[in-house]
Design a protein around this ligand. Structure first.
Ligand code: B12
Ligand code: SF4
Ligand code: SF4
Length: 407
């Protein structure tokens, strides 16, 4: 989840007004155009820029029933397949102090963008001028199958087995924004899903979509297998009531976490989290944590699979159905994919962003933690001359772990 806004020169009439956003978290790099409203001013009323992603300013109108408009927006969201839509004021409140504490303790590890853009995260109006309100949305992704935990199989977190949610959620939000423009006329907005410094879980909580579970994710009576996305807007919609908390005395997620990354209720030290280690971290994975990663080669679902509320989860949007058998592939078969196969088979999937070398690094750990079969050894040895030193080192580690064992 990245958020790396840098001013970039651009060969157009908008030179200097573009900001590049490069997604780093569960994502892929991408240039994004934004803040045009700031550059172009209110003169844009009645027009749209950038394919409608950034709308014109909304002229507040005392005759408009904004409460009724909010309900129409909710209904439009439901028709588009969103599991829930809510509205919050554009103010993350006390969550900002928690974020600062988390950063001060270094829990973000090497996700530098988390520290660099803390100000933008805390001040929505700086990210998108004119923002008054956040429309928060949830889209379910629970797939039919589940990650296999059979020996020698790869576990890929459920969110990453189908289409890239960044694209799916953002394009769905864009449709919602278009529907809103039909209802109210031109308005200022920008859509996000893990694509900019936005406190998505906090807004979803404030917007009544759910509460923050002790694993820090947004949880609801329909579980937590849902992506979040937001529309920052200048529409003065009345905020919803924040959801009540229903974790009670449960602490199953803290106990279930394989690496002890949930260091306290509502606090994840990313440096220990398998999601961070397998997706975000470049270079070697700390040796002490490798055995605890097991066969999880991309992300981790353990703090959600154990959660009692997920018994009530609904099947997710068909866009997130597993592709290429990613819910039941063996470690050795995935390790055999060439870089070209990796790129083509994972086109449109968030895994592609980590690149082939990090993929092999993760798979080597899985193979080293798995059954000591000839298949595993042969697979590992086949890449001992890989050009990437980190891949070679992880293969050597895995072969050492398999040495002398026969399962
Ligand atoms: C950075 C990040 C990560 C990092 C750090 C995770 C983390 N917990 O911070 C890593 C790489 C580890 C990660 C992992 C995952 N992530 Co992530 N991640 C993000 C991202 C970009 C920012 C989160 C953030 O702001 N972290 C900073 C810290 C400080 O925030 P926080 O942990 O939420 O802490 C807050 C609370 O704890 C609270 N707080 C502190 N003390 C207290 C005390 C009390 C009493 C209370 C009530 C609150 C409280 O204040 C803090 C600030 O708000 C968001 C997208 C976004 N833009 O928001 C996605 C997001 C949270 N991730 C998401 C997902 C799906 C995951 C994974 C499940 C992926 C996977 N299967 O591998 C895992 C789950 C790990 C986990 N348990 O968090 C989804 C979650 C959807 C949902 N239902 O909530 C999001 C929203 C992306 C999206 N658009 O859908 N992620
Ligand atoms: S995703 Fe896995 S490693 Fe990270 S906090 Fe949840 S259970 Fe722990
Ligand atoms: S496992 Fe229990 S404590 Fe953790 S989020 Fe779910 S209900 Fe809350």
């Amino acid at each position: 989840m990245t958020q790396r806004p840098d001013q970039r020169p651009h060969q157009s009439r908008l030179a200097g007004t573009e900001v590049a956003f490069e997604e780093n978290h569960h994502a892929r790099p991408q240039l994004r155009r934004q803040c045009l409203t700031q550059a172009l001013g209110r003169g844009l009323v009645g027009q749209f820029e950038n394919g409608g992603n950034i709308g014109a300013m909304h002229d507040q109108d005392s005759t408009v029933d904004y409460a009724a408009l909010k309900e129409q927006i909710r209904e439009a969201g439901r028709k588009l397949g969103f599991a829930a839509i809510g509205v919050a004021r554009a103010d993350p409140g006390p969550a900002v102090a928690h974020l600062q504490q988390w950063l001060a303790e270094g829990c973000h590890g090497e996700m530098d963008y988390m520290a660099r853009h803390a100000e933008l995260r805390a001040h929505p109006e700086q990210l998108h001028p004119g923002t008054l309100t956040v429309i928060s949305a949830a889209l379910d992704y629970l797939p039919h199958g589940k990650s296999s935990d059979a020996p020698g199989q790869a576990a890929i977190s459920r969110y990453a087995q189908g289409r890239d949610y960044h694209k799916v959620v953002r394009s769905r939000l864009q449709k919602l924004a278009d529907a809103i423009a039909q209802l109210t006329g031109p308005f200022g907005y920008r859509v996000f899903s893990d694509s900019a410094p936005v406190m998505e879980v906090e807004y979803a909580h404030q917007a009544g979509i759910g509460w923050r579970g002790k694993h820090t994710l947004l949880l609801s009576r329909q579980g937590s297998w849902r992506f979040l996305g937001d529309i920052y807007t200048d529409l003065p919609l009345p905020p919803d009531t924040p959801a009540e908390e229903h974790c009670g005395t449960c602490s199953a997620c803290l106990t279930a976490c394989p690496t002890g990354a949930i260091v306290a209720p509502y606090k994840v030290d990313a440096r220990r989290c398998i999601s961070y280690l397998t997706i975000e971290l470049d270079g070697p994975i700390p040796e002490a944590l490798r055995p605890l990663i097991g066969n999880r080669i991309y992300g981790c679902d353990d703090c959600q699979t154990c959660c009692p509320w997920n018994r009530f989860a609904q099947l997710g949007d068909p866009e997130f159905a597993p592709r290429h058998g990613l819910d039941q592939a063996s470690l050795a078969s995935l390790f055999a994919w060439s870089e070209q196969q990796f790129d083509s088979r994972l086109a449109g999937n968030p895994i592609r962003r980590i690149g082939h070398a990090r993929w092999l690094r993760n798979l080597a750990i899985g193979l080293g933690n798995g059954p000591a079969t000839d298949e595993a050894r042969i697979a590992l040895r086949s890449r001992l001359d890989h050009p990437d030193a980190t891949v070679r080192e992880h293969i050597a580690w895995a072969l050492t772990r398999l040495e002398g064992r026969s399962d």
